[in-house]
Design a protein around this ligand. Structure first.
Ligand code: CA
Length: 388
């Protein structure tokens, strides 16, 4: 079997309301799917992390840079193809968009391999450690409202996410440290004392500001503090981990085994959040997961994007060994965005229907067990939302 054609589908729609995180407000949702066709009619799907115009640029990398490197190759040869592409792109970017582009291509090759073998990807990876995963619901995005309004909205939204059945919730911060502490206090009040909540700063703090907020989170019993400082600041991560009780989480902006090696060796993470659609795809995720295990850092994947990205992550979460194991191990959770996302809820021919599963099944969702990713995008849906 040979790779014949690699196509990027960039999808976009206008959200019903503007949403924000500590770096920007945004009005549109984008997704970037990669389709690989073979000469024997088997087609695989993958997804690249990267919103907005980043997706448009990554499409060019996928179709005009990577496609000619891999046309004619046997799609089953994932690791050989990965290294061929990476080695040719190394001089032009060992992190960032070239790796995001390669990620979507690699995931599509795993989908094809699973379809050829007649096995779900979690079986290709060594088998399922669990048949369902707990789901945490994130929301509490920033909005252009006065801080006082947002503080009361965050409390109500947190309570609604808990009531929807999710096992934990995650909020954004980024209004400035004084307001951010009030936002976190509102979320704690909204969910009550015994429900886990996490705080995502999207790297908007200096180390001293992060310490100020982190000490308040220690008092509130937050479960983790995500991306408190910029991803380049390995020393800042380590200082925060040493001085705070709250778990320090991060890694969604780290790439490849070499980037992750440096991050893990800096001892700044309690919880690793690899992004399979960005760091290099499933072939590279396996290596990063092994590095995390070797450093005794548990993994809770970063999940963003469409139903293809969610299905990819469900396959990986099924196959992730419990860390450290035991009768009642702490299971890796699926990250789930509770805000409006048509590309997750309506893209697939058979929807994952995660919200309904969560509500009916104690906050848990099953693993697709069809061949490959176990899901297929609806081509009519793609035609409606495709912008490039
Ligand atoms: Ca995040």
């Amino acid at each position: 079997m040979k790779i014949e054609r690699v196509t990027s589908h960039v999808l976009r729609y206008e959200l019903p309301e503007e949403l924000g995180y500590s770096q920007q407000y945004y009005r549109h949702r984008t997704a970037h799917l990669v389709e690989i066709q073979t000469d024997e009619g088997v087609t695989g799907w993958g997804e690249c992390f990267g919103p907005g115009n980043v997706a448009i640029a990554n499409k060019a990398i996928v179709e005009t840079v990577i496609q000619p490197m891999i046309q004619g190759e046997d799609p089953v040869n994932r690791d050989m193809i990965w290294h061929k592409v990476y080695n040719l792109l190394r001089d032009h970017g060992q992190k960032g968009m070239p790796l995001q582009a390669l990620s979507g291509v690699d995931i599509a090759l795993w989908d094809i391999t699973g379809k050829i073998a007649g096995l779900p990807i979690y079986k290709l990876l060594g088998g399922a450690h669990r048949t369902e995963v707990p789901v945490y619901g994130y929301g509490m995005m920033l909005r252009r409202e006065p801080a006082e309004t947002l503080i009361s909205q965050f409390g109500e939204e947190a309570a609604a996410i808990k009531a929807a059945g999710f096992v934990a919730t995650k909020m954004k911060v980024g209004l400035g440290v004084e307001h951010d502490v009030k936002l976190a206090e509102a979320v704690r009040r909204g969910v009550g004392d015994d429900f886990p909540f996490m705080v995502d700063a999207n790297h908007c703090y200096t180390t001293s500001d992060a310490l100020f907020v982190g000490r308040a989170l220690d008092e509130l019993g937050a479960y983790w503090f995500e991306e408190p400082v910029v991803p380049e600041d390995y020393e800042g991560y380590r200082e925060l981990r040493t001085k705070l009780d709250t778990n320090i989480a991060g890694g969604e902006a780290e790439f490849s085994r070499w980037g992750w090696r440096r991050l893990l060796e800096s001892n700044g993470l309690d919880i690793a959040q690899p992004e399979v659609c960005g760091l290099g795809g499933i072939s590279e995720y396996i290596k990063v997961a092994t590095l995390c295990q070797a450093h005794h850092v548990p993994i809770v994947n970063h999940v963003w994007g469409s139903g293809i990205a969610v299905a990819t992550n469900l396959q990986l979460l099924a196959a992730l060994a419990p860390m450290p194991g035991g009768l009642f191990p702490r299971e890796p959770m699926l990250e789930f965005d509770t805000t409006h996302n048509l590309f997750r809820d309506e893209l697939l021919t058979v929807p994952l229907d995660i919200q309904a599963q969560v509500a009916a099944n104690n906050g848990r969702v099953g693993i697709p067990d069809g061949p490959g990713l176990g899901v297929e995008p609806d081509r009519d849906f793609l035609d409606v939302y495709k912008v490039g």
